[in-house]
Design a binder for this molecule. Sequence first.
Ligand code: DGI
Ligand code: FE
Ligand code: FE
Length: 213
Amino acid sequence: MKTLEIKTTDLKKLRKAMEKELNAKRYEHTLSVAYTAASLAMVHGVEPSKALIAGMLHDCAKCLSNKKLISICEKNDLPVSETELQNPAALLHAKVGSFLAKEEYKIEDEDILNAIRYHTTGRPNMSELEKILYIADYIEPGRKHASNLPMIRRMAFRDLDGTLFKILEDTLSYLHSVSGHLDDKALKTGPLDPMTQETYNYYKKSLRKGQNE
Ligand code: DGI
Ligand code: FE
Ligand code: FE
């Protein structure tokens, strides 16, 4: 396992910065995600301190306005898709968060930066840390409304890919249900990001392949 040196003082600094940057509810969520991710990392052979940092910073851009999110992207040549423009709060905070993690909070570890970058949509062929952050964000103790939570929480400590797929399935079905029409592109939450669908397709195929082997 590749270890990452993280000083307690650094972690304390990040925590304080998040307390300042986020509203109270988002800060509580952040702490819960950080420690849930660290616990998952311990079970699945990933460096816990990496998971802790990824969790601590994953929503660092969540309390920025849509205008600010878009202007950070424009100023720094971060590409913004049509879909992201329609729901910047949900879809751009991960991309901008990853950018800020590197530039403001001086995180150099690419795996941590990618975990933050893809924590909302996932992506095909995710690293173990990327999966852990994606899952921790969904199962942290403060989450209450997602479907199948007790089952998904248990599963997360045994089977990362299966859990990831179940969450993707439930997220897609949630995103469609708020619109009421499975084929309605104009979802209330903004359109589906093609990456969410690609991630779902990828894991559906890879899990099926695993079962047939
Ligand atoms: O930032 P959090 O609220 O902790 O959670 P998150 O970053 O996973 O997701 C923010 C929201 O984005 C969540 O309600 C699910 C939603 N989401 C995930 N994939 C897509 C999406 N929303 C849209 N419009 N399109 C997607 O593909
Ligand atoms: Fe988020
Ligand atoms: Fe989150």
